[in-house]
Design a protein around this ligand. Structure first.
Ligand SMILES: N[C@@H](CCC(=O)N[C@@H](CS)C(=O)NCC(=O)O)C(=O)O
Length: 219
């Protein structure tokens, strides 16, 4: 058994599982992946030994358990990467924390109407509430790229936790056909071209498990 284990859900559906998985992959951290199929009759039973919230993702590091995607990314950066997964400058770091937290806690209509589904394709007509949220994500992406993006193609130039938190949205925008500004579209493409994002989506598309109960809106 490895010192570091990440419990995730179906790659096809679990947007939050993708965030710390991508961080560990991008920083080449050795970890064991434990995958539990979500929304089955026995899911809670299988998650119980690992997850206090009965949700994924969960990180197990020696005797420490961390749950909730953003908290896990923070922990990995602090304890394993020496703080390297946030931008170095306080101004960029403050913005990166804010846009990561906003992605984590906001956008209920996006999460409800366009849930993560690697197999989805084609445009699903967005409601007005969803269009407003897409416009806000577009503004975050274009504004951060313009203000902070000079050292690379990611949201704050070089890859950071902010990209991990925004990568599932790029997969959803691509799958459901969001109309974005040129700057936002270029950033979405950067995320979609990331080899680990591609790997996650490819593996998600190969998964066969159906959802046996009504699909939870926050998947
Ligand atoms: N705020 C949590 C949300 C976790 C969450 O909702 N995970 C979903 C999958 S992406 C889950 O485990 N759902 C199982 C359930 O609701 O039974 C995070 O960021 O990790």
């Amino acid at each position: 058994m490895k010192d570091l284990r990440l419990v995730i859900g179906n790659k096809n559906y679990s947007s939050w599982s993708m965030c710390p998985w991508l961080l560990l992959k991008m920083y080449d951290v050795d970890f064991e992946e434990i995958q539990i199929t979500l929304y089955q009759d026995n899911t809670a039973e299988k998650l119980g030994p690992y997850s206090p919230s009965l949700k994924v993702p969960v990180l197990l590091h020696k005797e420490i358990t961390v749950w909730d995607s953003l908290a896990i990314c923070e922990y990995i950066s602090e304890e394993i990467l020496g703080g390297a997964a946030w931008p170095a400058s306080p101004k960029r770091r403050a913005s990166a924390r804010s846009t990561s937290a906003e992605m984590h806690s906001e956008f209920p209509n996006l999460k409800q109407e366009w849930p993560m589904n690697c197999k989805a394709s084609g445009r699903l007509k967005p409601s007005d509430a969803l269009l407003n949220e897409i416009a806000r994500v577009d503004a975050i992406w274009s504004c951060c790229r313009r203000k902070f993006g000079e050292n690379g193609n990611y949201l704050y130039g070089r890859f950071s936790i902010a990209d991990c938190m925004h990568a599932p949205m790029a997969a959803c925008f691509d799958a459901y056909g969001a109309e974005l500004s040129e700057d936002a579209n270029t950033y979405m493409q950067t995320l979609l071209d990331n080899p680990f994002v591609q790997k996650w989506i490819t593996l998600g598309r190969r998964e066969q498990e159906p959802l046996s109960i009504a699909y939870a809106s926050n998947a």
